[in-house]
Design a protein around this ligand. Structure first.
Ligand SMILES: [Zn+2]
Length: 531
């Protein structure tokens, strides 16, 4: 007896991400699974009276996209703040903040997010825009924030009281008064802890809003790269209510002050293995970012050698002690590493852990890898470490990103965001956005991966092909979360997470790839977006 499909998509240019069967014309879905992948004539036997038939019109169909690095809950809460990503001048900032303040008159605080590094640097500049209400704006990468005088006073950090922060710097002038610039988590938290936090209902609303925006860009799964049991439960509550439209993998964030017994929470999270929401990993930060001089570098900063070599957030000994416990528990480990020193130390740590605990299919990972020394590249393959990279972070040109390129300097540009070099060295490469650092739209990340120009003519070409981009966002991203037998490919028996695009992607010029948009996103056999 032939099965009857609930949905058939025919006449499509299907890119399956399945090497044994890379291209097809038609796919049939029954319930939440793919039951047929092949040509148009073969799919006919799955057609029933109630089958929904979708004409692919010769456009590309791919597996649902998996973004292997986002900050979902965090980001969704940010969606309730003023959006500053498009701000290019102080005047733009003024206009948006005043407008936002006006729309939110009853709130005391004015909070913005997503601003670039070169717009404001002092509290006085913010005071000129709004002085009477506390104002705080966060950088696009989440590593620096700026506050006006009122906010600094409210937090009682305007004057120096000699307090030392574990992870963060309140930048001060020669008189010891805060300049308004706050670097890294503890400094930003001094202010953000005071700003109003949306209540549970509003948080749920914002989370659903964020997920629907992800679905519009073809994303059906994400790795939420920081979290705890409470955050995982927020996602689980949506799944329990039948309202979850994205699969979320949630590592436990191991903070530098964490004790060994805190890791039990990670083990508890790993037991959560629902259809949409899963634990199973631990996330560490080895360093900060180049922009705020907190990246753990091997050679001094090009524009300020006086900064010296930045200390990592975890010493090698500390990292190995905590991460080896996670490894023993069977957890996957992910480490944020922007500097080349951080990348090397994480690899050293993984090597030490392998010696202690033995080799297993651990799929530990390094996130970002903004600079990597050539001798460290083959170690990814040797140690089975995944390179989880976000292509849209790479400076597109010298004019486009002056801060990052100044900090690193021409000597390091040939080692910058080396995804092609790492792939050639045998590293398993997965792609993502690190939203809210950059927009989550995979097309933006693919655009940069296809079109990136090198910063200097002698730098190696790091571009990827469209096939490699799609595979990095689907099959290879599923592998990163141990789900390569369930999703990430259009294959019989796999979950029906699919995206139909507005174009045949392979016919679009690389520089025009962002004109292509999803017209249908399906998760678990359900259409969650139709445009
Ligand atoms: Zn991140």
């Amino acid at each position: 007896m032939s099965q009857t499909a609930d949905i058939i998509i025919a006449n499509a240019k299907i890119f399956t991400s399945d090497e044994s069967n890379p291209h097809a014309e038609a796919v049939a879905v029954q319930g939440n699974r793919i039951v047929y992948v092949g040509d148009n004539s073969g799919v006919e036997t799955f057609r029933g009276e109630k089958t929904r038939i979708i004409d692919g019109q010769g456009r590309t169909l791919t597996p649902g996209f998996i973004d292997t690095h986002v900050h979902l809950l965090w980001g969704s809460i940010w969606m309730g703040n003023a959006e500053l990503r498009e701000v290019k001048t102080k005047n733009d900032l003024k206009k948006i903040l005043l407008d936002f303040a006006d729309k939110n008159k009853t709130d005391e605080w004015v909070v913005g997010r997503g601003i670039r590094y070169d717009i404001v640097s002092t509290r006085q500049e913010l005071d000129e825009i709004i002085a009477e209400r506390p104002v705080y704006i966060g950088a696009f990468d989440g590593h620096t924030g700026w506050a006006n005088t009122r906010a600094l006073e409210t937090a009682d950090i305007l004057k120096d009281d000699g307090r030392e922060l574990v992870n963060g710097i309140i930048v001060r002038d020669e008189n010891g008064r805060a300049t308004g610039e706050l670097r890294e988590a503890d400094a930003m938290r001094a202010i953000m802890d005071l700003a109003p936090f949306p209540d549970a209902n509003r948080r749920r609303e914002l989370l659903k809003l964020a997920i629907s925006e992800f679905n519009k860009t073809g994303i059906t799964s994400v790795h939420n790269m920081n979290g705890d049991m409470e955050e995982l439960m927020a996602y689980a509550a949506l799944e329990d209510a039948g309202e979850m439209n994205m699969r979320v993998y949630v590592p436990y964030h191991v903070k530098p002050e964490a004790k060994e017994e805190d890791l039990k929470e990670a083990a508890e999270m790993a037991k959560v293995q629902m259809d949409y929401v899963r634990g199973g990993a631990a996330k560490f930060f080895m360093d900060g970012v180049w922009e705020s001089y907190t990246a753990f570098n091997i050679d001094p900063y090009a524009d300020d050698p006086g900064v010296g070599i930045v200390a990592p957030i975890f010493s090698l000994e500390h990292f190995v002690r905590m991460a080896s416990i996670c490894d023993k528990m069977g957890l996957q480990i992910a480490v944020h590493c922007c500097g080349d020193g951080a990348v090397r130390q994480a690899l050293d740590g993984y090597e030490a852990i392998q010696k202690m605990n033995g080799t297993r299919d651990s799929r530990h990972r390094i996130e970002h890898i903004e600079v990597c020394q050539p001798e460290d590249m083959p170690r990814f393959k040797e140690l089975g470490v995944i390179a989880s990279m976000q292509t849209s972070h790479a400076p597109f040109s010298l004019e486009d990103d002056q801060v990052w390129t100044k900090r690193t300097g021409p000597q390091r540009w040939r080692l910058a965001f080396p995804w092609r070099d790492l792939k050639n060295a045998g590293a398993h490469l997965s792609l993502g956005s690190d939203w809210t650092v950059m927009p989550f739209d995979p097309m933006l990340n693919i655009y940069v991966a296809l079109n990136r120009r090198e910063l200097a003519p002698e730098n190696p070409d790091q571009r990827l092909t469209l096939e490699e981009c799609i595979i990095g966002y689907t099959r290879d991203a599923a592998y990163v979360e141990f789900m390569e037998n369930e999703k990430g490919q259009i294959k019989v028996g796999y979950l029906a997470d699919l995206v139909l695009f507005s174009h045949d992607l392979f016919e679009v010029k690389p520089e025009e790839i962002m004109t292509a948009k999803p017209v249908l996103t399906m998760i678990d056999g359900r259409a969650v977006f139709e445009g």
